[in-house]
Design a protein around this ligand. Structure first.
Ligand code: GDP
Ligand code: IMO
Ligand code: MG
Length: 448
């Protein structure tokens, strides 16, 4: 059986966690392939809300194996906190049993966090992501496979500690990293996670050969991709489909489906251009922020809000070739008189339909909108009722009023991608799947 990829189609926080959680019911592996704990993926099941940073979002199904893959940068201390929270909630300790850390993944150390804390340009999450990827690219970083070799090598430890201290001083951080604390940190990682560190690419490859379903869980989003996003206001990894298999340690031929997750509007955390941005103080931008509860899952920062941007979505489809689009948070738009979709930009008096390459040019783009009539706001229970009725009666999007169906059809036609699921609330059950589509399966358990 094949692998399916789930990717953020915008600037992150589109609802990837919820989509993975839904698909995991029918999958035996969920693999994170890039990023680290800059990600914050939310799963809501009944009264329980899980905020995951590194644990893959298939965790709620105990048949689902979990991989923190080759392409990731991993903070072991944050992972311990996440695993402790999971243990408190369920009594399970999945590490080394069904949760595995790739030998090839890079270790985020206190040095990386300190260095990232000095960022004043990008508005990073401060979790050490960029500095850890930089060490990897410079070929001086420590991977999980390397820890056992370095932990007793006093010379190597001392060289690392000196390098880190020197680099910190270049960004005005006067903290010294000493080799004995580096040694004890690395020893702790080995003691805590030794049994979970595995050649995970080999394991996932075997699963695929055995006919199992594998989910590849993206973090961040297409517009935050280091190569294809709004550079330099991006994250430090390749967030796109091309890296999904590579970062999981398998080949691209395994992938059959690639789902792009997009909000029915747009949000962005951190700095950088955002053509359809609205005011957070009034009007629809404030409505989206308040009703959508738009605060960063990782840092708690308020998310910037704006209308759906088709130029950005088409750009993201160019990179990723989505086989299906998941439109999330449609419910949040309820109660707005009119809805806008950006269908092009005006730049220097010219109409363009492709994103300019530089952030400077993108910052000068003004959105060109088409306007649609809005729909009334419903309570969460009413939305869930609509989703349940669609699921139970097999009516797909016919469960929606016409005005919503037309809005979805317009998104499909502007994006050139079929919409396969529409989110109408945070809960696992609060989605309406397209009839016969890849999200259309009978059960949506209310508990785990
Ligand atoms: P991710 O990083 O892509 O996994 O997304 P986040 O978890 O950071 O942010 C998405 C937020 O929207 C979370 O609080 C989700 O619980 C919530 N969410 C997801 N889908 C929907 C939806 O369809 N409607 C509403 N109202 N909230 C949703
Ligand atoms: P999920 O997976 C939204 C943003 C940061 C900053 C930029 C670089 O939950 O969608 P970094 O710490 O990665 O070096 O920061 O990227 N960013 C995210 N924005 N969702 C995320 O993850 C993000 N991860 C990073 O705000 O602008
Ligand atoms: Mg998030």
């Amino acid at each position: 059986m094949p692998a399916s990829v789930v990717l953020g189609a915008q600037w992150g926080d589109e609802g990837k966690g919820k989509a993975i959680d839904q698909l995991a019911e029918q999958s035996t592996w969920a693999v994170r392939f890039q990023g680290g704990n800059n990600a914050g993926h939310t799963i809501v099941v009944g009264d329980t809300t899980l905020k995951l940073h590194q644990i893959p979002s298939g965790v709620t199904y105990d048949h689902c194996n979990l991989v923190l893959g080759d392409g990731m940068v991993i903070d072991p201390w944050v992972l311990e906190e996440e695993l402790d929270r999971w243990h408190e909630l369920t009594g399970e300790r999945p590490e080394g049993v069904r949760l595995f850390i790739s030998e090839r993944a890079s270790v985020i150390l206190p040095f990386h966090r300190l260095y990232d804390g000095a960022d004043k340009v990008v508005g990073t999450t401060g979790r050490g992501i960029g500095p850890t990827y930089r060490d990897r690219t410079e070929r001086v970083g420590i991977r999980f496979a390397d820890i056992a070799g370095i932990v007793d090598d006093e010379q190597a430890l001392s060289a690392q500690a000196q390098r880190m201290t020197k680099q910190l001083s270049t960004v005005g951080v006067e903290e010294a990293i000493d080799s004995s604390s580096l040694k004890s940190d690395l020893q702790w990682i080995l003691d805590r996670f030794g049994t979970a560190i595995k050649p995970t690419g080999v394991m996932v490859d075997i699963a695929l050969r055995n006919g199992e379903n594998v989910l590849l869980e993206g973090a961040q989003g297409a517009m935050l991709d280091i190569d294809q996003g709004t550079y330099p206001f991006v994250t430090s990894s390749v967030t796109s489909r091309a890296n999904a298999t590579h970062g999981a340690g398998i080949h691209p031929g395994h992938v059959e489906e690639c789902f792009g997750i997009t909000k029915a509007y747009t949000t962005r955390v951190g700095n950088g251009p955002f053509p359809t941005e609205l005011s957070l103080e009034e009007g629809p931008g404030q409505h989206m922020a308040q009703i959508g509860n738009e605060y960063g899952t990782t840092t708690g920062r308020p998310r910037r809000t704006g209308w759906l941007d088709m130029v950005a979505l088409r750009e993201s489809n160019r990179i990723n070739g989505y086989t299906g689009l998941v439109v999330t948070k449609l419910d949040v738009l309820g109660g707005l008189d009119e809805l806008k979709i950006c269908v092009g930009y005006e730049m220097d008096g010219k109409t363009i339909h492709v994103m300019p390459t530089t952030s400077e040019d993108l910052a000068r783009c003004k959105p060109i909108y088409e306007t649609h009539v809005g729909f009334p706001s419903l309570s969460l229970d009413e939305w869930i009722e609509m989703a349940d009725s669609s699921r139970n009666e097999g009516t797909g999007f016919d469960a929606f009023p016409d005005v919503i169906k037309q809005y979805i059809e317009r998104i499909e036609s502007l994006a050139g991608i079929p919409v396969v699921s529409v989110g109408v609330g945070p809960d696992r059950r609060a989605s309406v799947a397209s009839k016969g589509g890849p999200f259309d399966f009978p059960s949506a358990e209310a508990t785990f």
